[in-house]
Design a protein around this ligand. Sequence first.
Ligand SMILES: NC(=O)c1ccc[n+]([C@@H]2O[C@H](COP(=O)([O-])OP(=O)(O)OC[C@H]3O[C@@H](n4cnc5c(N)ncnc54)[C@H](O)[C@@H]3O)[C@@H](O)[C@H]2O)c1
Length: 323
Amino acid sequence: MTILVTGGAGYIGSQTSRLLTSLGREIVVLDSLERGNANSVFGAPLVIGDIADSALVTDLCLKYQVTSVIHFAAYKSAGESMSQPEMYWRNNVQGTVNLIEGMLAANVNHIVFSSSAAVYGNPQSSPISEASAISPANVYAETKATMERVIRWYGETHGLRWTSLRYFNAAGASSDGVLGENWDITTNLIPLVMKAALNVSGPLQVLGNDYATKDGTGIRDYVHVEDLADAHVKALDYLQSGGPNLTVNLGTGVGTSVLEILSATEKVLGHAVPHEFAPRRLGDPAAVYADATLAKRTLGWSAQKSLQQIIDSAFHWHLNQLS
Ligand SMILES: NC(=O)c1ccc[n+]([C@@H]2O[C@H](COP(=O)([O-])OP(=O)(O)OC[C@H]3O[C@@H](n4cnc5c(N)ncnc54)[C@H](O)[C@@H]3O)[C@@H](O)[C@H]2O)c1
């Protein structure tokens, strides 16, 4: 009953691996370490290798008696995907095809897939339900939409059983400060806020303060990474108890503005975060947040942690990394 976790040395994969291990589940991590950290994997075997190596995947599945896969491994930068699209087609799409082929050759047919709210593109309105149009606005998002379809078709043709989890904005660090995001390789807002707060960068550039939102700044849906980890356990249990294939949003259902993030950071920092207003980034939507009701209904999952818990954990994680 072992779970193969691809990308388990990365930001969300390491939190999920840790949670699974703490629950007594057997896991094996497969990660190339290209964008992950071996020190983030503890209490579980780490195999350094590529998901595109189908023979390796099959061997691993047989050796560790794998019965299901949680598939995090991918590249995730929208900007990079536009400048180097071939990397994204190859690693995300081709890699996923090869992974599935390797799994199926070992008779492993359960997969929990890391999709993204990026598949919705720049929606006209929020909250966004799973029935909203799929309209990727960059190559990264297109690879996620394509991987969802590849997985769905393997369901039709090979009986693959799957859940595709569309994460909104993963954020925060583990509450005990052991695991968190690497701000050297992420372009997500909260690590940028922390860099500005801790004087590691210049002032935060707030891109746009003239949106039609409560305070003029952009609104997104930030989900604590430990809540996301919990959703993966629930998605696995859902599949293993015979739940039908499922595509589901993982968000809080609450939109948070950039200024609200700054204000929550000020509470832990004790003074204002240096910031300045800059023009909007082309194509950025005003507000993106989830309709989170399907996850509650199907998986029994809803986000438990508050924005302040996200900010406090991220702040302490990044502060500790400095020392
Ligand atoms: N972080 C977010 O806000 C967010 C939002 C939506 C979706 N996602 C998706 O969730 C997944 C995990 O995201 P993350 O933030 O933990 O990313 P991450 O970059 O921290 O982790 C990805 C891990 O996958 C590994 N990897 C990449 N390609 C590989 C390959 N070919 N073979 C083996 N290992 C490989 C990397 O070394 C890394 O450890 C990704 O698929 C990402 O697209 C993330």
